[in-house]
Design a binder for this molecule. Structure first.
Ligand SMILES: *[C@@H]1O[C@H](CO)[C@@H](O)[C@H](O)[C@H]1NC(C)=O
Ligand SMILES: *[C@@H]1O[C@H](CO)[C@@H](O)[C@H](O)[C@H]1NC(C)=O
Ligand SMILES: *[C@@H]1O[C@H](CO)[C@@H](O)[C@H](O)[C@H]1NC(C)=O
Ligand SMILES: *[C@@H]1O[C@H](CO)[C@@H](O)[C@H](O)[C@H]1NC(C)=O
Ligand SMILES: *[C@@H]1O[C@H](CO)[C@@H](O)[C@H](O)[C@H]1NC(C)=O
Ligand SMILES: *[C@@H]1O[C@H](CO)[C@@H](O)[C@H](O)[C@H]1NC(C)=O
Length: 349
């Protein structure tokens, strides 16, 4: 993102912009649907990390595969409401508010992607999670790329939606009514949620960061190992990022794939939640088999299962008793067969 663009938005100007939902276009990418709610319980918890309080919430099973959702700049975890609702029955879904945003506090340190990446690692350590699948939007996707470059052993896969790799990739978002509405709305949400509640300071931090970062090139992307499964994703009507950014990153990460979601923008997860969820489900299936194939090739399918999120305790019948279970099942089915056979013959007579 670019400071020049953001100089057009003072926090004051943002507050007088009509903050109502942009809802009157026939084009879904020109609509900013309401911010969804996270599923219940919405209370969440705080973790002390890097001298700040990071707010997080966990949905779904307490073991197994973990998906960590990272929101975009000025946003908060609520923006993932639809996706968490859909995926929490199959995966452990963790949402966190990035430093200084949503319900999380900040320190006197300037906000950077490097610092936010260390916050994510801090939260994973705090929760005892060795590896996670990361789903990021905008700044969250840039944090995900940062993790893939610098903490690759903590990542199984990355779904990077709407990221840029350098500051030339940012469009003039002041031309976009949807982005303008997002800034106004997210300021109101920030003022309701944040315990520090100093929007001017957050604004200075993020606009300063966006004016210089990220500033990556192909050499930086070469740090992402081929063991990490990556999808580079964006909306076909993206108003904040030039298309060359996802295209180029896909070329620079050889194992990655690119997905351009139809009739959506930087806010695709709100504008077409069903398509976004279907993409995430497909990504999870593909990423999981990519990971398991590596474990098979590495001959470490069983020995390294503890790296696969928080390990689940194996069900009692799978601990070497599967043959016994097969026999029981066979016997049970046989009894059922005899029972129905007797029943039908008695009915016919
Ligand atoms: C970021 O926020 C912190 C805390 O308010 C502040 O001390 C620091 O000066 C800010 N940095 C920038 C670049 O505005
Ligand atoms: C924080 O940002 C401000 C404003 O850009 C800058 O003057 C200051 O040197 C930065 N502090 C650090 C520690 O980088
Ligand atoms: C991660 O790697 C990138 C690309 O080389 C670099 O710019 C950044 O400073 C690194 N961050 C951390 C936290 O090590
Ligand atoms: C961004 O990267 C492109 C090449 O991929 C380069 O032409 C451009 O100068 C870079 N912009 C900055 C600000 O480094
Ligand atoms: C990327 O930038 C670094 C300096 O930040 C430079 O040493 C390296 O050669 C660049 N790589 C490419 C492929 O341009
Ligand atoms: C498989 O082994 C390769 C080479 O040692 C390693 O880079 C990779 O991370 C391993 N993959 C998994 C999923 O353990």
């Amino acid at each position: 993102m670019n400071l020049v663009i953001f100089a057009l938005f003072s926090p004051l100007a943002a507050s007088v912009v009509n903050s109502s939902t942009i809802a009157n276009s026939v084009y879904p990418w020109l609509i900013l649907p309401s911010t969804p709610e996270l599923p219940q319980p919405q209370t969440g918890k705080y973790a002390s990390i890097n001298n700040i309080q990071i707010w997080y919430n966990i949905y779904g099973p307490s073991c197994g595969v973990t998906i960590l959702f990272l929101h975009g700049g000025f946003g908060n975890s609520d923006y993932w409401g639809f996706q968490v609702q859909a995926l929490k029955s199959s995966y452990q879904c963790i949402v966190m508010d990035s430093r200084g945003q949503g319900r999380s506090t900040s320190s006197s340190s300037n906000i950077t992607y490097d610092l936010m990446a260390t916050d994510v690692i801090g939260l994973l350590n705090y929760l005892g999670i060795t590896q996670a699948y990361v789903v990021g939007w905008s700044d969250g996707a840039i944090i995900g790329l940062n993790l893939a470059m610098n903490y690759s052993n903590r990542l199984i896969a990355l779904f990077a939606f709407a990221a840029n790799y350098n500051t030339s990739g940012a469009k003039d978002i002041s031309l976009s009514s949807v982005f303008t509405a997002y800034l106004a709305r997210s300021q109101i949400e920030y003022e309701q949620l944040n315990p520090i509640n100093d929007y001017q300071s957050l604004y200075n931090n993020l606009t300063t960061m966006w004016s210089t970062l990220p500033n990556w090139n192909q050499t930086d992307f070469a740090k992402i190992p081929s063991s990490i499964y990556v999808w580079i994703v964006d909306g076909d009507h993206e108003e904040a990022i030039y298309r060359d950014q996802p295209d180029t990153m896909t070329l620079w990460i050889p194992q990655s794939g690119e997905l351009i979601l139809p009739r959506t923008s930087h806010f695709a997860f709100l504008q077409d939640p069903d398509t976004f969820i279907a993409a995430l489900e497909r990504f999870m299936t593909q990423a999981t088999s990519y990971y398991i194939n590596q474990l098979i090739v590495n001959n470490s399918l069983y020995s390294s299962s503890s790296r696969y999120g928080i390990p689940c305790r194996a069900p009692y019948w799978s601990t070497g008793r599967s043959f016994f279970r097969q026999i029981c099942l066979f016997f049970f089915r046989f009894c059922l067969y005899i029972f129905f056979q007797k029943l039908f013959t008695s009915m016919l007579m």
